[in-house]
Write a protein that binds this ligand. Structure first.
Ligand SMILES: *[C@@H]1O[C@H](CO)[C@@H](O)[C@H](O)[C@H]1NC(C)=O
Ligand SMILES: *[C@@H]1O[C@H](CO)[C@@H](O)[C@H](O)[C@H]1NC(C)=O
Ligand SMILES: *[C@@H]1O[C@H](CO)[C@@H](O)[C@H](O)[C@H]1NC(C)=O
Ligand SMILES: *[C@@H]1O[C@H](CO)[C@@H](O)[C@H](O)[C@H]1NC(C)=O
Ligand SMILES: *[C@@H]1O[C@H](CO)[C@@H](O)[C@H](O)[C@H]1NC(C)=O
Length: 435
């Protein structure tokens, strides 16, 4: 049995270095260095020109503990009236995708972000969105007086963040950031409980550590273009930093929201985004989910006033926790909206108010791995105003189309093809900022 398997299996090879390594146009040097490993973010909007750290040294293909913390730390030196930093965490039930939870820790002025409350003067707000199996959505936010983000080694913590005194905090439970816990004890919102995220790749990581070479290639995180030689760009598009520290996790929610219990298990996720020019978005499609054995993340962005409509994309796919793609090459991923007949939902590029029924994703995984085609259909609308911002839970159906060389390789084999469609759940969003 073993020789046949070896002969017929195609080898999954990570392709993060397929990314084009041309630097994006704007590379900023590291912002102000804070006291070793600890940052305090004040709640007032600051005056002046903010700076961001949008690239990091990566002499190795794996990231050390200090670098990982740097990725989970504030990327902007101070929050003026038009910039933001956020720490985003979510989970969606694998059995009923209407059950979902999102917690976002913002350091953002209200003007910099579409749905923030304009009358709120603190830049430090925690938002919680919870959708229940019956379709009811709970959304609320609470302002903080100060936020503290600490790194590895400070008072025994790994990466952690506390928005005082909201009752919301997060903490990485391991120094390699493979597990996080978000703890909520908010009297103001009547919410208490926790969300735990355990990176799916950590399971195969443990297995792989026994094979030194494979362990070297493990990348449980996703940077916009993967890990690049010497210096890695954190900009997914000009002025927008985005770091995906947990592209897919086993998420576990155990919470009480206004007295209603919410308890489920399913795909979870954590990213960190920073934006220096909040007004540069034309459109932005993002989502993540689990489709059969595949963990997937998509990001496709159009910049405003770009007559060529060049899409900035970032793609991540892992199969059973093994990385297949972590790259920003536009040819790897196409994301297009699907609309009902007689509506503008399927228009691309989109305009404000275009509400799709779903999205079509096409990932080109190369000769070794074929193409992954996915239809995402939206379910519950969890956040947004039906105009410039929407976030949904979704269902996914997909299929893997083998490449020519895969078909040839398999021609002499009697192995059964995976013919049943892949199914899964997703959390997805769109921003559209042009009328
Ligand atoms: C920013 O400038 C305004 C107007 O000069 C001033 O009132 C405010 O106190 C300043 N804010 C900070 C945080 O320095
Ligand atoms: C904030 O800083 C950015 C530079 O990063 C600058 O473009 C912008 O004008 C500043 N905003 C305000 C309100 O000062
Ligand atoms: C930080 O990580 C280490 C090693 O991964 C772990 O032993 C320790 O318990 C973690 N600290 C906290 C406060 O979770
Ligand atoms: C839906 O479920 C939630 C949580 O159990 C409950 O609080 C809410 O009242 C329900 N809504 C309806 C319309 O039944
Ligand atoms: C996705 O949708 C298209 C158009 O409706 C359909 O042709 C295709 O079979 C669908 N793919 C899957 C995997 O269901």
């Amino acid at each position: 049995m073993l020789p046949l398997l070896l002969l017929c299996a195609t080898l999954a090879r990570p392709s993060q270095h397929r990314a084009n390594e041309k630097p994006l146009p704007y590379l900023l040097r590291a912002g102000r260095d804070s006291r070793r490993g600890s940052y305090q973010i004040p709640s007032a909007v600051q005056n002046g020109t903010s700076k961001a750290r949008f690239d990091i040294p990566t002499p190795e293909t794996t990231l050390d503990i200090e670098t990982l913390f740097m990725l989970d730390a504030p990327q902007i030196d101070f929050i003026n009236g038009s910039v933001y930093d956020w720490w985003y965490f979510d989970a969606i039930s694998e059995t009923n995708p209407d059950d979902s939870l999102v917690v976002t820790f913002f350091s953002s002025s209200a003007e910099a972000f579409p749905f923030l409350d304009a009358s709120e003067t603190s830049v430090l707000n925690v938002w919680l969105w919870a959708s229940f199996a019956n379709g009811t959505v709970f959304a609320d936010s609470v302002p903080a007086s100060v936020a503290t983000v600490t790194g590895a080694g400070v008072a025994g913590t790994n990466s952690s963040g506390k928005w005082s005194s909201t009752g919301f905090s997060w903490a990485a439970l391991t120094e390699n950031l493979l597990q996080y816990e978000i703890i909520i004890a908010s009297q103001k919102l009547h919410v208490e409980g926790r969300l735990t995220l355990t990176s799916v790749s950590s399971v195969s990581d443990r297995r792989n550590r026994q094979i030194a070479n494979v362990a070297q290639q493990r990348v449980p995180y996703h940077l916009p273009c993967g890990v690049q030689a010497e210096r890695t760009v954190l900009e997914i598009a000009p002025h927008i930093g985005w770091v995906n520290l947990i592209p897919d996790a086993v998420g576990e929610v155990d919470m009480k929201i206004h007295g209603s219990p919410m308890k489920f298990r399913g795909p979870g996720y954590h990213d960190k985004a920073s934006d220096l020019t909040a007004y540069s978005v034309q459109s932005w499609y993002w989502g993540h989910g689990r489709l059969g054995p595949y963990s997937i993340v998509w990001f496709s962005y159009l910049a405003i006033n770009d007559p060529t409509n060049a899409a900035y994309v970032s793609s991540y796919i892992a199969k059973d926790g093994e990385l297949l793609v972590s790259a920003c090459e536009p040819s790897i991923l196409t994301v297009r909206p699907i609309g009902s007949p007689g509506t503008t939902g399927g228009r691309y590029p989109p305009r404000m108010g275009d509400i799709p029924d779903g999205f079509r994703l096409e990932y080109d995984l190369g000769e070794d791995n074929g193409q992954l085609k996915v239809n995402v259909s939206v379910r519950t609308s969890v956040a947004g105003n039906g105009n410039d911002y929407m976030r949904w839970t979704g269902d996914m159906v997909g299929e893997l189309i083998e490449s020519e060389s895969q078909r040839l390789q398999k021609a002499g084999c009697s192995l059964k093809r995976e013919d049943s469609p892949l199914v899964g759940v997703a959390v997805l969003e769109q921003f559209v900022m042009v009328e």
